[in-house]
Design a protein around this ligand. Structure first.
Ligand code: GLU
Length: 266
């Protein structure tokens, strides 16, 4: 079964990549340009192979907080919203520059949970994304943090990326993070923990394996990734948890290498 899914991953045509704040930034909150450049390079290479790539990127609040001289991620909602508005511009500017270097055009899409409810907004979201992909443009998606408090308070981009992948009937969602896979226990505190290379079914037992949060500039932990895996599983999208520290791992995963944790789907 595991060999079969690695083969299916190799054949994936439509791929959503999610990158989180702790992967995009150094511990001091500054953006890691070298990583963003490599990410742009590997995404462009996948597109050159004939694949479609959609990026779900966090980082707006982290980057904006830094720019607005907050010492840590702000706690007041309106401060987070202001930080998101400032940081989103900077993020997109950098993505546009790096992806532009490799010949790609980018588009910004900011979404809220309401955009995934059945109805006009969901249809519009889908139509716009499909049209952008048909034009060969790389959609770069984030939560619309400046207009919605729900996203900031309760939601997270792991779940958002799963909803995007499900909406677009993607073949694969790759969640880049600061841990290289799902483990039998938290490897930071349990050195004997073993990597789980393959999850056939996202059961309640698997969901129970969620861990703690990342750095002080980011939200989300393993728990939200597993909830994303469940959403993908139910919607026929394969998912992978992958070490984000080197975006080349994306290429290795798609070449069929046994890295990360891959989750099969219905
Ligand atoms: N949308 C938030 C941001 O851009 C991040 C949410 C998340 O990391 O899950 O900062």
């Amino acid at each position: 079964m595991e060999n079969q899914i690695r083969k299916k991953i190799q054949n994936s045509k439509r791929i959503v990549i999610k990158v989180g704040t702790s992967t995009l930034t150094y511990a001091n909150g500054n953006l890691n340009f070298s990583l963003m450049n490599k990410l742009a390079w590997i995404m462009s290479d996948l597109i050159n192979q004939g694949k479609e790539v959609i990026l779900v990127s966090s980082g707006a609040i982290g980057v904006g907080s830094k720019k607005l001289n907050f010492k840590t991620r702000p706690t007041e909602i309106r401060e987070k919203q202001a930080a998101a508005a400032v940081g989103q511009v900077q993020l997109m500017h950098i993505y546009q520059n790096f992806l532009g270097e490799y010949g790609q055009s980018v588009a910004q899409i900011l979404l809220t949970k309401d955009d995934f409810k059945e109805g006009e907004r969901k249809t519009n979201t889908n139509n716009t994304l499909e049209t952008l992909l048909s034009f060969g443009v790389v959609p770069i998606i984030n939560a619309n943090d400046t207009i919605s408090t729900f996203e900031i308070e309760f939601s997270d981009n792991d779940r958002l990326s799963a909803s995007v992948a499900s909406l677009l009937k993607a073949d694969l969602l790759i969640i880049l993070t600061d841990i290289d896979a799902l483990y039998t226990a938290n490897p930071k505190t349990h050195p004997e923990a073993k990597r789980i290379p393959y999850v056939e079914k996202v059961t309640d037992e698997i969901l129970g394996m969620g861990g703690e949060k990342g750095s002080e500039f980011s939200v989300g932990g393993m728990e939200t990734k597993l909830l994303a895996a469940r959403e993908c599983y139910d919607n026929g999208v394969m998912m992978a948890i992958l070490d984000g520290s080197n975006p080349s791992f994306i290429g290795d995963l798609i070449s069929g290498e046994d890295i990360g944790t891959v989750f099969d789907c219905k």
